[in-house]
Design a protein. Structure first.
Length: 65
């Protein structure tokens, strides 16, 4: 989900890292599902990428499985 929205917003991973204050490696790990974002990171990504509510709920449901 995060990768799709990043690309829709025309951000590079580096730009997203700068905008959110997250480490580039953290962005890469989250996008490739190697790491689940912390609540703080999740909020930053959702805000910057303007992720839709439906997609947030779908992501949460997927993580619960």
């Amino acid at each position: 989900m995060f990768k799709r929205y990043r690309k829709l917003r025309n951000y590079t991973q580096e730009q997203l890292a700068d905008l959110t204050g997250l480490d580039l490696r953290t962005i890469q790990r989250i996008e490739n599902y190697y790491k689940t974002p912390t609540m703080e990171s999740f909020k930053k990504l959702v805000k910057i990428l303007k992720i839709e509510d439906k997609d947030i709920l779908d992501y949460i449901k997927k993580e619960d499985k």
